[in-house]
Design a protein around this ligand. Sequence first.
Ligand code: PAF
Length: 288
Amino acid sequence: MALDTKSYALPVARSIEDLRDAVAGWVMKGETVALVPTMGALHAGHLSLVDLARDKADHVVVSIFVNPTQFAPHEDLDAYPRQEAADADALNGKASLIFAPTAQEMYPEGFSTTVSVFGVSEPLEGSFRPTHFAGVATIVSKLLLAALPDIAIFGEKDWQQLMVIRRMVRDLNIPVEILGGPIMREADGLAMSSRNVYLTPEERKIAGELNVILRETARKAAGGTPVSQAVKEGGERILAAGFDTLDYLEIRHAASLAPFEDDRAHGDARILVAAKIGNTRLIDNMPI
Ligand code: PAF
């Protein structure tokens, strides 16, 4: 194969070999590379990660791959928005290269390896999506090993994912620096997400309450309210605001995601939530 230079203004590598050739060309010239892994459907949150990457490295590679192994059979793999041409437009002038492999390229016939991170991947998202983080860890390790970037950047929106990736990179000695980029929010504070397009106008209004309740719950816990009480009250407010299901609302140690044994938030603490409106599952988090 060769780089696809015809489809869009930006070149696209569709194979790992082409990605490696492009990166090797830059590295030979002493230039640095940042990778921003995405599943496409790019919004301002992703683009802020690309801007951060541009500040940190000479070249930015954005990968676009809707990774099947991180979706459970009942989840939205088929419905997940795909818009490669619009994504390529949005990246024009910001990135050097798009890496958009096929599923066959990433998971060829006979693929038999899974990367599992224990501990930090188990609570919260892990208890509701038990196979999710193994899918994420597997594809992210493959992307890192394919691109061998100096830096890779992930959004803090998926806070637990960021902690899982940091742990994996440390445990496997993958020679890359992992950076987190701050959550980008809509005018009412809703965390930007590719899944927000699923919301009806009425659901979208309710969705805007999530960050408000999160912030107020965090403030209570910071002011000394016991964690169990703050999250119980916050959870009740989320359901009263019109959410159909609350998967979790928790205040945890920010890095390990372990609970506070003394029921008080202190040190580096983070509040994390997952709740559903209709079929749409929203997650958010913030520091305490
Ligand atoms: O955060 C995402 O979009 C995905 O989980 C990632 C990191 C690109 C892996 O597929």
